[in-house]
Design a binder for this molecule. Structure first.
Ligand code: ADP
Ligand code: MG
Ligand code: MG
Length: 203
């Protein structure tokens, strides 16, 4: 399985489409256990990241993903911008100068991304955040062919499991026990991101 520069571009474009289509829903999830802006944050960030992709002619995957990271960090207010931005930035370091990635190389980037989210967010999995999708997806990719159609099912199932968790980080943690029985907005947007990856690989 080779992940080409074109697959990675399609990943960003497809992720943007999904963030636009789920903008209201993501903000609704954030209304229940946050400040109701997650859909707007993600939609604004990914739109800008994709515009940047179209304007620039990045020649390798590292610079493509680094440009997306910098856009997410600068355009998205709120916790999620720096967290997604850090994830992409750490991954881009691993992918520097490459115009295609083997599954192992892709996995290395994802490992760095997850470490980046943990450090930046001072978070671990199980705390009802985006990490509760990123970590199981990473584990899945470490052990399965990334092209397998189960990738988005894995992301979806992980996102759904955040419903029963108590929030330990971010605004949702202010809700304490009341955060239980709501899906984490950042877990939902992360599910969309990995569903977009599965679709980009499938085309
Ligand atoms: P804000 O909470 O600043 O309004 P968003 O609403 O855009 O930012 O993003 C909220 C999401 O960010 C949460 O649903 C959660 O998944 C994620 N998040 C918040 N804080 C952390 C953290 N410390 N570590 C990991 N993820 C976090
Ligand atoms: Mg919010
Ligand atoms: Mg906010």
């Amino acid at each position: 399985m080779e992940l080409t520069l074109n697959v990675m571009k399609r990943w960003l474009v497809t992720a943007d489409e999904k963030m636009q289509n789920h903008k209201e829903y993501l903000s609704e999830l954030d209304q229940a256990i946050g400040d109701g802006d997650h859909g707007h944050n993600m939609a604004r960030g990914f739109q800008a990241a994709v515009e940047n992709v179209k304007e620039n002619t990045e020649e390798d995957i590292g610079s493509l993903i680094k440009a997306a990271a910098m856009t997410l960090i600068s355009k998205v207010g709120g916790a999620s911008g720096p967290l997604y931005g850090t994830a992409f930035l750490k991954a881009s370091d691993e992918w520097k100068g490459k115009d295609s990635l083997s599954q192992d190389e892709f996995t290395k980037g994802l490992e760095a991304a997850v470490e980046g989210i943990k450090t930046r967010g001072k978070a671990e999995s199980g705390g009802k955040t985006m990490l509760d999708v990123w970590t199981p997806v990473l584990e899945y990719i470490q052990h399965h062919d990334i092209a397998a159609s189960d990738l988005s099912a894995k992301a979806k199932e992980s996102m759904q499991q955040t419903e029963n968790m108590k929030a330990e980080k971010g605004r949702a943690s202010y809700y304490g026990e009341e955060s239980i029985s709501h899906t984490d907005p950042g877990a939902y947007s992360s599910y969309l991101l990995f569903e977009a990856l599965a679709e980009a690989l499938d085309k």
